[in-house]
Design a protein around this ligand. Structure first.
Ligand code: RNT
Ligand code: ZN
Length: 437
């Protein structure tokens, strides 16, 4: 090596080594501080490593998909922004996702929609789809040793008639979408089988009315009938589990949504499906954190779409808000880790999409870690003793414990960039790959 290059290399190497040492030192101090409150941070990190997040493919291409039906995104979904470099082919989406994964600690899942089918030059309709159109995705997930989740796609399609799918008064429209629902579950089962990890197939429909409906009953009764037809075929729950996702309103469906919270809660409880709680699907000040322990009284398992609505269901990138922390606390403090399938659901096209994945997923993991290192045993004891003063005092002090040192150490342990060092890698990727698209 040239002496100058050797000099730069050895200087960088020394910086790296001293950073590594400092992160370890800081962690040891933090570990002691937490131990004073009865918290075992080593154990928290081991628990955290076992939680996988289902990362949504659709952040990578603005919910576009690869069907080439020519239609723009619609049916209640809207993505704003036109940041350059979005994935335009399955290969690009896979490469971008792998880049994001390499910057996120832990082992996670890939969540795909039916509209990401690869047609191989042949047009396959949504009511004809099979695992064939997903064989590349499955092989890729297998090579990465990650699990996959699936979703029926009930939007961006000419068969969404008058804003309706499974609730449409016309039987032929319902039939088309019922068949799509069934086929998607079969694809879910094929995914579960191929990867040896249970697939979650999540059903959300955009159906609703812009203005005050005259008949609220009809669409709901038709929805029950359609869903029963979709879920009629029994599928081994080791391969695939189904979930239904309620919503309060959508763009163009401001006044009425047949698939409301009460509707799907009743459906899930009576039919044994999971229920997906999406953080953006309720009244603007209504959070989903408090719903978790309520619905888990009746359901063995639920799914989450962690998102961030700003004034409406805008699906902004997940940030480390109080709401996000409350969700993580409920999962961890309630002892529900094995019963909540955590998924993300947001799509921001105004920033680098790989960065959007990294920021949102790392925040979800941070929130879980914050909950795992909270002095919850002490807090619960204060509560049992009726000492609410101490409960409040400790909750507030816990907010400034040296959490950052534990998080940095986790990233280092998992071999991903510490702090904001991941950003340089995304910028390099943007320069070398995304900007050339
Ligand atoms: C829409 C739902 C749904 C979608 C994704 C793309 O409001 O949240 O989950 O965002 O399936
Ligand atoms: Zn959602």
């Amino acid at each position: 090596m040239h002496p100058i290059r050797f000099f730069i290399w050895s200087r960088n190497y020394k910086t790296l080594m001293s950073n590594t040492k400092n992160i370890e030192k800081s962690y040891q101090l933090a570990r002691e501080r937490y131990a004073q409150l009865g918290v075992d941070t080593d154990q928290a990190l081991a628990q955290l490593a076992r939680i996988s997040i289902s990362m949504h493919c659709w952040q990578g291409d603005d919910v576009g998909g690869f069907e080439n039906v020519g239609g723009a995104l619609g049916d209640g979904l809207a993505v704003t922004g036109n940041y350059p470099g979005k994935a335009r082919t399955p290969e690009q989406l896979r490469a971008d996702f792998e880049k994001a994964l390499s910057l996120i600690p832990g082992s996670h899942r890939f969540n795909i929609h039916a509209c990401y089918a690869e047609m191989d030059g042949r047009k396959v309709e949504r009511d004809e789809l099979s695992a064939d159109q997903f064989k590349n995705w499955i092989a890729w997930a297998k090579s990465l040793k990650i699990g996959m989740d699936f979703n029926q796609t009930y939007f961006s399609h000419p068969m969404v008639k008058d804003g309706m799918t499974l609730t449409h008064p016309d039987k032929s429209v319902r039939k088309f979408w019922i068949e799509h629902g069934i086929r998607s579950r079969e694809i879910g089962a094929a995914i579960g089988k191929a990867l040896g990890k249970t697939c979650l197939t999540n059903l959300w429909i955009p159906d609703g009315m812009k203005d005050t409906p005259a008949d609220r009953r009809g669409p709901r009764e038709r929805l029950v009938e359609s869903l029963d037809a979709v879920f009629k075929k029994k599928i081994d729950r080791k391969l695939n589990v189904d979930s239904v996702e309620p919503k309060l309103f959508g763009i163009g469906a401001e006044s009425y949504t047949p698939g409301s919270h009460e509707f799907y809660l009743g459906y899930a409880v009576s039919r044994g499906t999971l229920l997906t709680l999406d953080a953006g699907h309720y009244h603007p000040t209504e959070g989903i954190a408090d719903k978790i322990s309520s619905v888990l009284c009746y359901l063995p398992e639920i799914a989450l779409h962690v998102s961030r609505g700003v004034r409406w269901d805008s699906d902004h990138v997940v940030t480390l808000t109080d709401e996000l922390q409350a969700i993580a606390q409920e999962i961890v403090w309630g002892g529900y880790v094995g019963r909540v399938r955590i998924g993300l659901d947001y799509f921001d096209a105004s920033i680098n999409r790989v960065a959007a994945w990294v920021i949102g997923t790392r925040n979800m993991i941070k929130a879980l870690l914050l909950a795992l290192v909270a002095p919850i045993a002490k807090l619960k004891q204060f509560e049992r003793d009726g000492d609410y003063t101490s409960r409040l005092a400790l909750m507030e002090d816990a907010k400034v414990l040296p959490f950052g040192a534990v998080w940095d150490y986790y990233c280092q342990q998992k071999g991903v960039p510490v702090g904001d060092a991941w950003l340089a890698e995304v910028k390099r990727y943007e320069r070398d790959v995304l900007s050339k698209r």
